[in-house]
Design a protein. Structure first.
Length: 150
């Protein structure tokens, strides 16, 4: 993969698929991605809140390598970046939209590549990436996420 992995790595507990991503040089482990409607089969960095095209989180953040990878080389179901579709991994989060506590539902935020706490449940259907397993009281940082697209 081309993600910027640093230091010692531990094997994660996420299931990933490799995807091609728009603006790949801007991608960091932990970023939340959405379906790119202009490029079939590709993803792009999430940059809007409650985005119903949410697809997954780039694996490899906070010292944890992808757990299990599924791919089909030479087809449209192939790519270069490991994107978690289920499991546990760290995601970039922005608590400026509300403090995040374990158990909170998470969705895309206007901060590019970051998740935020769901506060408007009327907009959340179809835009949930998973549940927080750790807290983030303020600012930006990593949150452990149990990925479960809804």
């Amino acid at each position: 993969t081309r993600c910027r992995y640093q230091g010692k790595r531990q094997r994660g507990a996420d299931l990933v698929e490799p995807f091609n991503v728009q603006d790949e040089d801007r991608i960091e482990p932990g970023m939340v991605l959405v379906i790119d409607p202009e490029n079939p089969g590709k993803l792009r960095i999430a940059d809007d809140d409650y985005d119903r095209t949410v697809a997954g989180i780039v694996s490899g953040a906070n010292g944890i390598s992808p757990g299990l990878s599924m791919s089909h080389q030479g087809t449209q179901a192939d790519g270069t970046l490991p994107v978690a579709l289920t499991g546990r991994l760290f995601a970039l989060a922005d608590a400026d939209y509300g403090a995040i506590q374990p158990g909170d539902l998470l969705t895309t935020s206007r901060t590019p590549g970051h998740v935020m706490k769901v506060t408007d449940y009327s907009r959340a259907h179809g835009s949930i990436i998973g549940k927080a397993m750790t807290a983030l009281d303020e600012g930006r940082g990593y949150v452990l996420v149990l990925v479960s697209l809804q």
